[in-house]
Design a protein around this ligand. Structure first.
Ligand SMILES: [Zn+2]
Ligand SMILES: [Zn+2]
Length: 386
C-alpha cells in the first residue's frame, strides 16, 4: 500500500461524527502531509473506549465538528516524520497508540505522563493545536475535521499521529487486536494498581465496575499477587467473568444495595484499597465509609457534574485515609504498555478474554453490544476497509 500513498492530500476512510449525538459514519476523508514530529500509521485495530462515546454524545467538548475520535489504535508505521525523536522507528514497525502528553512539565519528567498539566488541551483539543485549520483531517470538500484526538484519531484506516502517542511494540499479528486497548482502558486500570494504589499481597482490594478498566485492574492486582480481590457490579455475568479472572469475592449491588454493609460482612475491619471505575456517587460514598486504617479510595470513573461525597474529617484523619482522583493511571505509556504486553505474553494479563472484534462497518452493533453488556471491550478491525 505504501508506494501508493501520496506525499500530501492522502485519501483514506474514517468513522466521522458529524456533530454531537450523531452516529459514527464511515466516510472518505483527506489527510494532510506528515509533519516532522508525526507518523503516518495504517490502523489494523482500534479499541472503543467510554471516552469516545462520551465525546460522541457531546458531553466533553473537542472544539470543532465533524470529528474523528478513537484513541486505542494499533497498526503499522507507513511514514516517519523527518524529526521524530525515536531514530529507530521505521516503516513497517508495529505500534500501539496511547494518549499524548507534553513530555516537558514536571509530572511528565517524573514519568507520570497521565498527570500532565496539558493533558486536556493536547488530547481533546488536538495535538497540533486548537485552531480548526491546524487539524490534519478534512472532508473532500475542504471542510476541516477535528483530528489527533488523543494525538491519534485512530477510528480511521490511516492517521497522522503525534509522535508522543506512539509506542513501538513487537506484537504478533494474532495478538494485535487484543493489545489495541492497552493504550487507554487497560492502561488506566493497570496503571492505577501499579502506580497509585499499590496493594500489598494481603490488602483487601475492592473494584467497583467490571468494565474494561475494572477488569484490567483485577488482572493487574492478581498479577501483583494480591490475594483478596472483591468485584462489585450489577451484572452477574460480569461478576462471574471477574471471578474467572482472579476476583475472590463478588457483590451484586442490585442484590446487596447497602454496599458498605456488604463489604463489612466480608471484612469487619474495613478494606484497604478501593478503585471506583463507575463514577456513581453512592458507591464512592460506600467505598469511602468502608475504608480500613490507611485505606485509599481511587476515583477514575467519570462522575456527573455536581456529585459530591461526604468526608468525616476527624475519622478521616484518625484513619489516615486518602481519596485520590486521576486519569490514565498517572502512567507513562512508553513504560507501562511494554510491561503489559509482556504480562499478556506470560499469560498473566489475558485481555483476549475481554474483547470482541467487529468490522469498521459494524460499529453500531459494537456500540449496542457494549451498552447491553454483551461485550466488555469492542475492537474495530480495519481489515475490510480499502
Ligand atoms: Zn506534561
Ligand atoms: Zn479511553
Amino acid at each position: 500500500m505504501n508506494s501508493t500513498i501520496p506525499a500530501k492530500n492522502i485519501p483514506t476512510k474514517a468513522l466521522v461524527v458529524e456533530s454531537p449525538k450523531r452516529p459514527f459514519v464511515l466516510k472518505d476523508v483527506i489527510l494532510d502531509e506528515v509533519r516532522p514530529d508525526e507518523v503516518l500509521v495504517e490502523m489494523k485495530y482500534t479499541g472503543l473506549c467510554h471516552t469516545d462515546i462520551v465525546v460522541q454524545e457531546g458531553a466533553i467538548p473537542v472544539g470543532i465538528y465533524p470529528a474523528v475520535l478513537g484513541h486505542e489504535g494499533a497498526g503499522t508505521v507507513r511514514r516517519v516524520g523527518s524529526n521524530v525523536q525515536d531514530k529507530s522507528l521505521k516503516e513497517g514497525d508495529t505500534v500501539l497508540l496511547s494518549f499524548s502528553s507534553c513530555q516537558n512539565c514536571s509530572t511528565c519528567k517524573e514519568n507520570r505522563n497521565g498527570a500532565c498539566s496539558r493533558m486536556t488541551d493536547i488530547n481533546f483539543g488536538g495535538a497540533r493545536g486548537l485552531e480548526p485549520s491546524s487539524s490534519p483531517i478534512s472532508l473532500p470538500d475542504g471542510t476541516p475535521v477535528r483530528g489527533q484526538f488523543f494525538g491519534q484519531s485512530s477510528l480511521s484506516k490511516l492517521a497522522v499521529v503525534s509522535e508522543r502517542s506512539i509506542v513501538k511494540c513487537d506484537a504478533s499479528p494474532e495478538d494485535l487486536p487484543f493489545l489495541a486497548p492497552l493504550g487507554c482502558g487497560y492502561l488506566t486500570g493497570a496503571g492505577t494498581v501499579f502506580n497509585i494504589l499499590r496493594p500489598k499481597k494481603d490488602s483487601k482490594f475492592v473494584i467497583f465496575g467490571m468494565g474494561a478498566v475494572g477488569l484490567a485492574a483485577c488482572l493487574a492486582a492478581k498479577a501483583e499477587g494480591v490475594e483478596i480481590i472483591v468485584a462489585v457490579d450489577i451484572v452477574d455475568e460480569k461478576l462471574e467473568l471477574a471471578k474467572s479472572l482472579g476476583a475472590t469475592h463478588s457483590i451484586n449491588t442490585k442484590i446487596t444495595p447497602d454496599l458498605e454493609a456488604g463489604l463489612r460482612e466480608f471484612f469487619p475491619d474495613g478494606v484497604d484499597r478501593v478503585l471506583d471505575t463507575t463514577g456513581v456517587r453512592i458507591l464512592q460514598q460506600s467505598g469511602l465509609n468502608a475504608l480500613a486504617h490507611e485505606g485509599i479510595l481511587a476515583i477514575v470513573g467519570v462522575s456527573r457534574p455536581g456529585n459530591t461525597i461526604e468526608i468525616d474529617p476527624l475519622k478521616f484523619m484518625m484513619n489516615c485515609n486518602r481519596v485520590i482522583g486521576m486519569i490514565e493511571g498517572e502512567a507513562n505509556p512508553a513504560q507501562i504498555v511494554p510491561r503489559l504486553v509482556q504480562l499478556y505474553r506470560d499469560g498473566k494479563f489475558p485481555v483476549d478474554r475481554l474483547s470482541k472484534i467487529y468490522p469498521a462497518g459494524a460499529i453500531d452493533q459494537a456500540l449496542e453490544e457494549l451498552h447491553s453488556g454483551k461485550v466488555i471491550k469492542p475492537v474495530i478491525s480495519w481489515e475490510d476497509v480499502q
